[in-house]
Design a protein around this ligand. Sequence first.
Ligand SMILES: Cc1cc2nc3c(=O)[nH]c(=O)nc-3n(C[C@H](O)[C@H](O)[C@H](O)COP(=O)(O)O)c2cc1C
Length: 338
Amino acid sequence: MMYRLARPLFFSLDPEQAHAVALESLRMAHVLGLLAPLARSIPEDPRDVMGIRFPNPVGLAAGLDKDGRYIGALGALGFGFIEVGTVTPRPQPGNPRPRLFRLPESEALINRMGFNNGGLNAFLQNVRRARFAGVLGLNIGKNADTPLERAAEDYLTCLEGVYPYASYVTVNISSPNTKNLRQLQDAEALGALLGQLKDRQARLADRHGRYVPLVLKIAPDLDEEAIVGIAAAARAHAIDGLIATNTTVSRSEVLGQAHAEEPGGLSGAPLGEASNRVIQSLVKRLEDSIPVIGVGGILSGADAKGKIAAGARLVQLYTGLIYRGPDIIAQCARALRG
Ligand SMILES: Cc1cc2nc3c(=O)[nH]c(=O)nc-3n(C[C@H](O)[C@H](O)[C@H](O)COP(=O)(O)O)c2cc1C
């Protein structure tokens, strides 16, 4: 309700500026205790996935809070879990602005942020300071200037750092905005990367006396053969979960609209069906061996139900929050409770 009044104001600003103002407003609202009624309106609907109890199945997708600066405020909105990052070992500025675009006709965004973030140390400081009691996913990536052959080192550095603070760790190999990153989804590269990550996870589990699930986030722009390969690698390496999907490089759903030609990843409503297709195909290949978290194009409770119908065990959203406001969380949670 409040968001309906605030949205025209946010949408009158440059998208990235609006993003910053919205997050600062949210922090203020949280400090003033104004978010509590929102969270209270969300039904308890616990789901046990990857050995974690999620209070409800609706999560915040990665990328809204890249540095983990707003964990408390975002957690107070009533999400069943929140995922922050992507973090890279070293700070990096990301791509030049403008790098975020609205396509309001389709309730979509195009972004080519390029993993702008303050680096692992700053991220960990923020995460520690948050002392968040809810389910927290920490999403890790590689620096833009790390050659692809050395990508595993970046992921391992990040895994070491975030492990003690994460409910689960997401390995992001699917952003279209870091050159060649998505090649890590190819069978050979993926097998090598997952092998090293699983080894390190086992050692970290020993060291910290706690097993933290490792989750792989994949792109929507994959053909059947690629999905079969990813499912096989995930099973072979006993990956704990998959997140499907990241943003798409396809523009087939938004042709002719302003900004449609901007390079980057498309998110929001036009991504929904492509993401559902990947989830369906992945779930079929995984034969229930590994849970899938469904994300991409959830703008309503019905969309969230569509993800579960496609075989996802939990859902996440980002762009829906920008277009529909925080009420979308309760709408999805209620729709999934049935
Ligand atoms: C501006 C923006 C930045 C994003 N940054 C990240 C990121 O850093 N890491 C990541 O794994 N996904 C990132 N994503 C992808 C989202 O987590 C999500 O997978 C995608 O947007 C599809 O969901 P949606 O349609 O609900 O937005 C980003 C998305 C947007 C719109």
